[in-house]
Design a protein around this ligand. Structure first.
Ligand code: XMP
Length: 196
């Protein structure tokens, strides 16, 4: 964890530990961008980022890309009991035409795979030339769909994480690192967002 005295008091109170420090995030994002740059060399890219948790990751990633690219967003929310039986609702649709294009889907975290599976099915109907997927975090042990991402920042264990875009109850997205909250923060929430 960064020197405790330099962390805002409410973060110091709520965060149990840092899982991925900001220096590691920065290094890994730069390396992912390098791979993407090589794989898509000579192509024009449409990046489709999922709202809202991708924002810091996306902003850092695209600053390392020199490929010609256009950026669009899909809003996906899930409602339900916090398990795989959740219902996905699209809160923002694409604006750009992806037909015949090279598409890179960017998401914050691949968990059960339900979100990415739905997004991929939706995009395939729009007939892009090819689709690749990029996620900052991957929890492979939680997978309920048979899919993996083409570019993965970090594989992590079954922990509910926040920071660098990821939230709990819409809070903590602006933490500069990925961290684990103290269990008391979830107390009284049913179901608690603890995975595994
Ligand atoms: P699925 O299960 O569809 O989940 O792959 C993807 C979405 O679930 C959310 N998610 C998390 N959000 N900390 C979060 O802040 C987590 O540990 C976590 N695990 C899953 C997230 O919205 C992601 O896009």
């Amino acid at each position: 964890m960064p020197s405790p005295s330099r962390l805002a008091a409410h973060w110091r109170r709520d965060v149990a530990r840092v899982l991925i420090p900001k220096t590691e995030l920065a290094r890994r994002v730069r390396s992912l961008a390098g791979k993407i740059e090589t794989d898509f060399r000579g192509r024009e890219l449409v990046i489709v980022a999922l709202l809202t948790g991708t924002v810091p990751f996306l902003a850092d990633l695209i600053r390392h890309l020199t490929l010609p690219l256009r950026l669009d967003f899909l809003g996906v929310s899930s409602y339900g009991d916090g398990t795989e039986s959740r219902t996905l609702i699209y809160t923002k649709e694409l604006r750009l035409d992806v037909r015949g294009r090279d598409v890179l889907v960017v998401d914050d975290i691949l968990d059960t795979g339900k979100t990415l599976a739905s997004v991929l099915a939706k995009l395939r109907r729009l007939k892009p030339r090819r689709i690749k997927t990029c996620v900052l975090l991957d929890k492979p042990n939680r997978r309920k769909r048979n899919l993996s991402a083409d570019y993965v920042g970090f594989k992590i264990p079954n922990l509910f994480v926040v920071g660098y875009g990821l939230d709990f109850a819409e809070q903590y997205r602006n933490l500069p690192f990925v961290g684990v909250l103290r269990p008391e923060i979830y107390a009284g929430r049913c179901p608690a967002p603890v995975c595994g």
